[in-house]
Design a protein around this ligand. Structure first.
Ligand code: PLP
Length: 367
C-alpha cells in the first residue's frame, strides 16, 4: 500500500456521530456534521449521515460540491461566511449558509431569485471570540433586512466560539444567544428554525447543561472525526479516537548518537530544539515531512519519540521497536495535523469499510 497515507475507519466516524447525535437528541439538539477537515470527502460525509447527522456542513463551497458530486444527498450548509464573488455558486451548492454581511446576503438573494430557489440564511452573532459575527447591537436590523429580502429566508441565528481566541461557550454565552433568538423572533414576527450554538467546543456545555435554552443545533467536526473535545483536547467518553491514522514508511533505520557534532548554526526550520539524552538512540527516519503533517499534532505509538521533522523527513527514536527499511509506523493525529495531512498531495486517503458498516460505495468515490 502507498505511503504516507491516512487510514480512515468509516465505521468509527459513523459510531462517533451516532453517540453524539443520541446524547444531544435527549437535549433537543441536532447535529450538523462538519466535513472540512476531511475536505468534503463523500465517504466521510456518508459515514456521518449514517450516524444520524441531520445535515453536513463545510467551510468551503468546493468541498460541498465534492460531497454532491460524490452522490451525497444530505442537506448542505456553508459554515464560513460566503465570499461575495461566490454568491451564485453558494446558492447552487448549498441550501443554507452562515452569514454576517448584509451585502453578501443581498448577493445571495439576487442569485437565488435568478436560480428560482430560496436560500436559507443563518445570521452569525459575535459573542466575544472575535472571529465572524454581527455585534449583538446590529442583529435585529440585520434580521429585519434578511426577512424583507425575497430570495432568502432567515433560517436562524448562530454563534461560533473557541476558534480564534479560545473563548469558552458557557451557559452565559448560550443564554445570550437564546435571548437574542427570542428578540429576533419578536422583532420580525417569525419563528427561527435553528439556533446554532457552536462547534465541538460546545459539547462540554451541551452535555452538561440542564438549560439548553433555545440552542437546538451544534456543528460538529473535530469531536466526530477525532473523538476529542477541543477545549482541553480530552477524549470524549464512548467515542473512538482512532478513526484517522497516519501511516508512514521507514526509509532509514540505523542506531545513531543522540547528539549531533560539528559547529552549529540554524537548521532548516530555525533554531533546532536542544537535544536530550546521550549515548545511542534507535534512530529511524520516515518518509513524512512538514509538507504532510504537523510535528506538534502527530501522536507516535507508545515507546516511540519524535525527535525532529523537516520538510520531508521525520526522525524518531523507535525505542525498543525493531524497525527496518520498508516497515510502516502508524501515528494518531490531532486536528491541525489531520488538516495538514488531508491537504498534502503526497498523502493518500485509504478508506476502511468493514463489511458490517452500511456506508455505500465508500471505495468507489473520490476523496
Ligand atoms: C470549523 C467550524 C465548525 C466545526 O468545528 P469543530 O471544532 O471541528 O467541531 C463549526 N462551525 C464553524 C463556523 C466552523 O468554522
Amino acid at each position: 500500500m502507498s505511503a504516507p497515507r491516512l487510514d480512515v475507519d468509516l465505521a468509527a466516524v459513523t459510531h462517533n456521530t451516532r453517540v453524539l447525535v443520541d446524547l444531544l437528541h435527549e437535549r433537543g439538539v441536532t447535529v450538523i456534521a462538519v466535513t472540512k477537515a476531511a475536505l468534503g470527502s463523500p465517504a466521510v460525509g456518508t459515514a456521518m449521515m449514517a450516524g444520524g447527522a441531520s445535515g453536513l456542513g463545510d467551510s468551503r463551497i468546493e468541498d460541498l460540491e465534492t460531497l454532491r458530486a460524490g452522490g451525497v444527498a444530505a442537506p448542505l450548509t456553508l459554515i464560513r461566511t460566503p465570499m461575495l464573488s461566490q454568491a451564485a455558486r453558494v446558492v447552487r451548492g448549498s441550501a443554507t449558509s452562515l452569514n454576517t454581511e448584509p451585502g453578501v446576503v443581498g448577493a445571495l438573494a439576487a442569485a437565488a431569485l435568478a436560480q428560482g430557489v430560496v436560500h436559507q440564511v443563518v445570521l452569525m452573532v459575535e459573542l466575544g471570540d472575535l472571529r465572524e459575527g454581527l455585534l449583538t447591537a446590529d442583529v435585529l436590523d440585520a434580521a429585519r433586512t434578511v426577512t424583507a429580502l425575497p430570495g432568502v429566508r432567515l433560517h436562524g441565528i448562530g454563534t461560533n466560539l473557541a476558534c480564534r481566541s479560545g473563548v469558552i461557550p458557557d451557559q452565559a454565552k448560550m443564554d445570550e444567544l437564546s435571548v437574542l433568538a427570542d428578540r429576533v423572533e419578536r422583532a420580525c414576527s417569525i419563528t427561527l428554525a435553528v439556533v446554532s450554538g457552536g462547534n465541538s467546543a460546545n459539547l462540554e456545555w451541551a452535555l452538561g447543561t440542564r438549560v439548553p435554552g433555545r440552542v437546538n443545533q451544534l456543528r460538529l467536526g473535530e469531536a466526530i472525526l477525532l473523538g476529542v473535545e477541543p477545549l482541553h483536547r480530552t477524549p470524549l467518553p464512548g467515542l473512538r479516537t482512532d478513526a484517522f491514522r497516519l501511516v508512514a514508511e521507514v526509509v532509514e533505520a540505523r542506531p545513531k548518537p543522540a547528539r549531533p557534532w560539528g559547529h552549529f548554526a540554524q537548521a532548516a526550520f530555525g533554531t533546532p530544539t536542544t537535544v536530550e539524552g546521550t549515548g545511542t538512540v534507535n534512530q529511524v527516519v520516515l518518509a513524512l515531512g512538514r509538507q504532510d503533517a504537523d510535528a506538534a499534532g502527530l501522536v507516535p505509538p507508545p515507546g516511540v519519540r519524535v525527535l525532529a521533522m523537516s520538510s520531508d523527513h521525520l526522525v524518531v527514536d523507535a525505542g525498543d521497536l525493531d524497525l527496518h527499511v520498508g516497515d510502516e509506523l502508524t501515528f494518531g493525529l490531532q486536528y491541525g495535523c489531520l488538516l495538514r495531512a488531508m491537504t498534502s498531495p503526497s498523502v493518500t486517503l485509504t478508506l476502511r469499510t468493514p463489511a458490517t458498516t452500511r456506508a455505500p460505495r465508500a471505495h468507489a468515490v473520490p476523496i
